[in-house]
Design a protein. Structure first.
Length: 364
């Protein structure tokens, strides 16, 4: 059972986030289309804000998959299709979505838990991703086995290392090293719509109720230790703050740390993060086809609505003219993206935290 976060939406009295910011957050052009394919996953992670797992059955309907293809053509500034879940690869039309987006000249991100590459029936998944020049953003919340297995399940670290070796063998993660211009990486490097060779980024989530450390410093540690101990290479590390939603909220409440964590996020607010917030150029689609400003709003059922009729906006009828310039739906959870050095699906937003923030970060 998951608790629902207590939050106050934009425009409602008591929205502490908007009071702190002093003005609404406004959407820009939609550059990223993030599609949540469902909540089915082969893992059950303690920090998961989606509450995904093998027992979940929710998936994006075929009709909504087709509507996503049409929406890609109705968003004139769209550059990236970001596929997430759950484990997005478990959706029966995952590969159709990858193919459809790539045929339209769009970059594709697969938010991969790594162990899915080791699952029965997914033996050719890594090869498929490489052939389609898919940018893999892979979860690896620590470079130590005990910490990964504690957060994500027994045996996950070992399978993750095996999956990373699969990806490296295909040319992933070599944008700055020898072999970067060979095979699939060479093909992807020559395509103008892509950012370079086969990209492999790793994702770090803190262990517990604290903010991520410096992304730059932690990336150097990851790079050195993964290369030394496992001969693994990657492109960049992405640090993401744990949101007090779903399983992580359950954990905070069980430990009696919910209020202190919320206070940490609020006291660490950094106004320099506002310009880079993902909600300003990302459109998030849930497994029912409803539209949201971001993945976290999606988990809180903060759906976008028509400003005139009040009807919930759906992927089948979405238009850029109804999105650009509108106020982002915000709530107290938004401090999670603006605390410290900021947090987004692309990692930290600024290189330095707010002046008073660093002393607020506790270590376990």
């Amino acid at each position: 059972m998951y608790y629902v976060t207590n939050f106050v939406r934009s425009g409602e009295l008591g929205n502490i986030f908007l009071q702190r910011v002093g003005h609404p957050v406004i959407r820009n052009k939609t550059r990223i289309l993030q599609i949540n394919l469902g909540k089915i996953c082969n893992q059950v992670c303690r920090h998961c804000h989606v509450g995904a797992g093998p027992h979940r059955t929710e998936q994006l309907a075929d009709s909504d998959v087709e509507a996503c293809f049409h929406l890609m053509e109705r968003l004139p500034d769209l550059q990236i299709v970001d596929l997430t879940g759950g484990a997005p690869e478990l959706h029966p039309r995952f590969r159709d979505l990858v193919d459809g987006a790539r045929r339209r000249g769009l970059q594709v991100i697969d938010r991969c838990n790594l162990t899915i590459l080791e699952e029965e029936g997914q033996e050719d998944l890594a090869l498929f991703l490489a052939e389609k020049c898919v940018h893999v953003i892979a979860s690896l919340p620590c470079y130590e086995q005990k910490n990964v297995d504690r957060q994500r399940g027994s045996g996950v670290f070992e399978k993750s290392i095996s999956a990373l070796r699969q990806l490296n063998a295909l040319g992933y993660g070599m944008s700055e090293g020898e072999g970067a211009a060979e095979g699939f990486s060479e093909k992807c490097s020559l395509e103008k719509s892509l950012e370079g060779p086969l990209r492999l980024d790793l994702v770090f989530n803190p262990q517990g109720a604290k903010l991520p450390p410096s992304q730059k410093v932690l990336e150097a540690s990851y790079r050195d230790l993964l290369k030394r101990d496992y001969d693994i290479i990657f492109d960049h590390l992405i640090t993401i703050t744990n949101m007090p939603i779903a399983r992580f909220l359950d954990q905070l409440r069980a430990e009696g740390r919910e209020e202190s964590y919320r206070q940490l996020l609020q006291s660490s607010y950094n106004p320099d993060t506002l310009n880079g917030l993902m909600c300003r150029d990302t459109l998030s689609i849930d497994h029912e086809g409803h539209l949201h400003d971001c993945d976290f709003n999606q988990m809180l059922d903060m759906r976008l609505k028509d400003p005139h009729s009040g009807d919930v906006l759906h992927v089948s009828s979405a238009e850029e003219k109804n999105l650009r310039g509108r106020e982002v739906e915000t709530g107290d959870h938004c401090f999670g993206c603006t605390a410290g050095m900021g947090s987004s699906c692309g990692g930290g937003l600024v290189s330095t935290p707010a002046a008073e923030e660093s002393k607020s970060i506790s270590s376990e």
